[in-house]
Design a protein around this ligand. Structure first.
Ligand code: TA6
Length: 291
């Protein structure tokens, strides 16, 4: 069965693994590219062709490792732990299971990942994950996790969004003021954010707990911004590797830290526990704004 829709959804088989799926939304003149490897959105382009997501020029797109940039999915674990970093979702091959478009509908695809011998070997829980990507004036990404087994399981999840910016030192993230965050660079100390406009001038790795469901990332150099709306995800991660950490990352160019900021919708501090048959849904909606 083909899921291609002329003028709306193109599928490019990749020699290494999976496919690249390109969505077009004519009315908003926007497009999105998704690798079925990791169900990773790698680009979200405005009518100008500019990618609002950061994708490293050194990103490995072969399926050998997680893609450096775009919106990798962290599931069933966020960051480090007993599983591979950020879990196995971002390095698994997802299956395209639905595509649709319409004159007044967003262009939409759905990808699915189900527990298999590889996941069960490291995470002994039966699950189905479905990831729906919808494009119109906004980019909506919805992660649904269903417990298809017969025992409870708990998980973390995040949409590890990399945003493309002109100059990290002229970016402001609002409004996280008064929100408690875990500072991963200070022995996980819990602190309170005092700035209504968070600016980054050094390596930053923070999990903001029960953060506002609407945040704005302002690129003051370009006079543009991204509005991030989330639901189902309680927390927000803010990350920039800065100079030293970037230098140790083979899939990042030395100065890339200046051109990216990660603001990630996540369910991290309070993992989700699902009973058999139940499901959890996390949604992120991105919209470009003029400042
Ligand atoms: O989301 C922030 C973070 O957890 C950082 O600690 C850093 O490890 C980043 O994710 C990237 O992780 P990765 O495994 O993709 O290199």
């Amino acid at each position: 069965m083909t899921y291609e829709i002329p003028g709306a959804i193109e599928i490019t088989p990749l020699s290494d693994s999976g496919s690249k799926v390109t969505l077009f939304h004519a009315a908003s003149e926007t497009s999105v590219e998704i690798y079925t490897f990791g169900a990773t959105v790698t680009s979200w382009r405005a009518h100008t062709g500019k990618n609002s997501l950061f994708l490293s020029e050194k990103a490995d797109l072969s399926g050998a490792k997680a893609i450096r940039g775009g919106i990798p999915i962290s599931f069933p674990q966020f960051a480090s732990g007993p599983l591979p970093a950020h879990g196995f979702a971002r390095t698994s091959n997802w299956e395209l299971v639905l595509s649709e478009m319409g004159p007044h509908l967003p262009t939409t695809v759905k990808l699915k990942l189900e527990s298999n011998h590889k996941t069960l070997a490291i995470w002994p829980h039966k699950f189905r994950a479905e990831y729906t990507i919808s494009l119109d004036e906004t980019l909506r990404t919805e992660l649904e996790v269903t417990n298809t087994g017969d025992t409870d399981f708990s998980f973390q999840a995040a949409l590890h969004s990399y945003f493309s910016i002109a100059d990290i030192e002229r970016v402001a993230i609002s409004d996280l003021s008064t929100v408690t965050y875990i500072d991963k660079l200070a022995a996980l100390e819990r602190k309170i954010e005092n700035n209504s406009a968070l600016r980054i001038s050094a390596e930053t790795d923070r999990v903001y707990l029960n953060s506002p469901n609407t945040l704005i990332v302002r690129d003051e150099t370009c006079g543009t911004g991204i509005a991030i709306d989330k639901s189902g995800f309680a927390d927000t991660v803010v990350w920039n590797p800065w100079i030293e950490k970037s230098a140790g990352m083979k899939d990042l160019c030395a100065n890339d830290f200046k051109k990216l900021v990660c603001v990630e919708a996540g369910q991290i501090d309070a993992p989700v526990t699902l009973a058999p048959g139940l499901k959890w849904i996390g949604i992120q909606e991105l919209k470009r704004i003029d400042l």
